[in-house]
Design a protein around this ligand. Structure first.
Ligand code: PLP
Length: 496
């Protein structure tokens, strides 16, 4: 008799998941592997020492037909994955914004993966929904933000800022949710303002929201890379005279290139008379406000409409977790809430449902890791680590200042140092010097990075190639900062 679809398939491989016994065995093995990884991380090259395509060439191009043993899989982590990693948790990772995970954060991720809740409605994830509200309120208190700011978790600052701009747009009552932006003769050009130093995520948010790049007007900065509030005011007035509708300003506390701080109190004074939404991008530097003596970096933010900060940058939280604080969650909800019949619940009017505040339906249980981190380190422990990173950066900056061969390219308000080598050659023409120093600094950076002993990144400031040393890793100590200074000087001497 032929098999029917109702009979179990006798030839099928075993069904169900891994047994509890096996899970324990491999789970302990993986935890041991991670502990060893952190113990030996300093012996590994920070930057992956492979060429593009090397890993792909070693992986089968087709999936395995039959399941493989965990032994085989885990041995490939050592053999294939590890050599292809750039080690962000290496204490000599000084590139971009240096960040790192931490043990309570890893445990939080593990538990979150085990629970695998989809935090979309209160009832699908009461723990996630309520813990998120509580832990973000703790963080608000640590940052010294006022009670009017309610927090919400997204994956990244790019996404947080995009949602903030969407809420700002919802607030101008132009029925964009209902009617869109295309094919409308009644819709003037809508304008968002940010400084020349603002992160590219603001441009991308504007592109994603269909506003178009011409909706973003970049405002010039002063000599310390901070938005010129007077130029902002002039730009808004000019746009208004031309029939453009200004609706949002993005100020940055801790810009990506230099960590400069836009003058939020002055920018607020410009925004308020025009009833414009002020969003503060504090993705990197906002965390510094948990250090009591650094609270002033968020000065003026009690008058902002929204603010983003990334615990995955400088609060030792494994990627990804970004927090948007917003004074008008009602507008965010108005922009994004859409409840089809299959998601309707009896309690929906009295609870927060994650899917009401963004484009995603299901959301990961991210607040768990932040809750575990805040409890494990405490406010004091987190602040002490950030304070130490700032001290190390000031120490490095002082070496740069004292050396005739190096110069600082920007102030150091946090834990990022912008600098470059500038050895003198007598009677050199200005143009030739500019070109030589750009080439020299690029070469120094490549040589340091290719040693595998440290990783730096760069930017351009006033058209000059500038090296960036960012300190933010939980394992970085004075020893590592001294080592990279020595490495930089060795490479400079070798090139002179
Ligand atoms: N804003 C600033 C100031 C940043 O420096 C960055 C990234 O470094 C971002 C936003 C984007 O962060 P994310 O990767 O979380 O989108």
């Amino acid at each position: 008799m032929s098999k029917t679809i109702l009979e179990p398939d006798q030839d099928s491989p075993p069904l169900g998941g891994m047994s509890a016994e096996e899970f324990r065995r491999y789970g302990y093995e993986i935890v041991d592997w991670i502990a060893n990884y952190f113990e030996r991380i300093e012996t590994l090259p920070v930057l992956a020492q492979i060429e593009p395509g090397d890993l792909k060439a070693q992986l089968p191009s087709t999936p395995p037909e039959k399941g493989e043993s965990m032994e085989a899989i885990l041995s490939d982590i050592d053999r294939l994955i590890l050599p292809a990693l750039t080690h962000w948790c290496h204490p000599s990772f000084f590139a971009y914004f240096a960040t790192s995970t931490s043990a309570p954060g890893i445990f939080g991720e593990l538990l979150s993966a085990a629970f695998d809740v989809k935090s979309m409605l209160w009832r699908t994830s009461p723990a996630s929904t309520e813990l998120e509200e509580v832990v973000l309120d703790w963080l608000r208190q640590m940052l010294g933000l006022d009670r009017g700011m309610s927090g919400f978790v997204y994956d990244t600052a790019s996404v947080s800022s995009m949602h903030a701009i969407a809420a700002a747009r919802e607030g101008i009552e132009m029925r964009i949710r209902e009617e869109g932006m295309s094919g409308r003769k009644d819709l003037p050009l809508l304008r968002v303002y940010a400084s020349e130093q603002a992160h590219s995520s603001i441009d991308k948010g504007i592109i994603t929201l269909g506003l178009g790049q011409r909706s973003l007007r970049k405002i010039p900065c002063d000599s310390e890379f901070r938005m010129d509030a007077r130029a902002l005011s002039t730009a808004i007035e000019e746009d208004k005279r031309n029939g453009i509708v200004p609706f949002c300003v993005v100020a940055t506390v801790g810009t990506t290139s230099t960590s400069s701080i836009d003058p939020v109190p002055d920018i607020v004074e410009v925004c308020e008379p025009h009833a414009m939404w002020l969003h503060v991008d504090a993705a990197y530097a906002g965390s510094a406000a948990i250090v009591p003596e650094m609270r002033h970096v968020l000065k003026g933010c009690h008058r902002a409409d929204s603010l983003v900060l990334n615990p995955h940058k400088w609060l030792f939280t494994p990627f990804d977790l970004s927090v948007l604080y917003c004074r008008h969650l009602d507008l965010l909800r108005r922009a994004f809430s859409l409840v089809p019949e299959y998601l309707r619940t009896p309690e929906q009017e009295n609870v927060r449902s994650g899917s009401d505040y963004g484009v995603q339906l299901g959301r990961r249980f991210r607040s768990l890791k932040l809750w575990m981190i805040v409890r494990y380190f405490g406010h004091e422990g987190l602040a002490a680590r950030i304070r130490e990173h700032c001290r190390l950066a000031r120490m490095f900056a002082s070496w740069v200042e004292q050396s005739p061969d190096w110069e600082l390219m920007a102030p150091t308000p946090f834990a990022l140092v912008c600098f470059r080598a500038c050895p003198l050659i007598k009677n050199e023409a200005e143009d030739a010097r500019a070109k030589r120093l750009d080439g020299l600094n690029e070469e120094i950076m490549h040589r340091v990075n290719s040693t595998g002993k440290a990783l730096l990144s760069h930017t351009k400031l006033l058209d000059k190639l500038t090296l960036r040393l960012s300190i933010g890793n939980i394992r970085t100590t004075e020893k590592h900062v001294r080592q990279v200074w020595e490495l930089l000087n060795q490479q400079l001497q070798a090139l002179l």
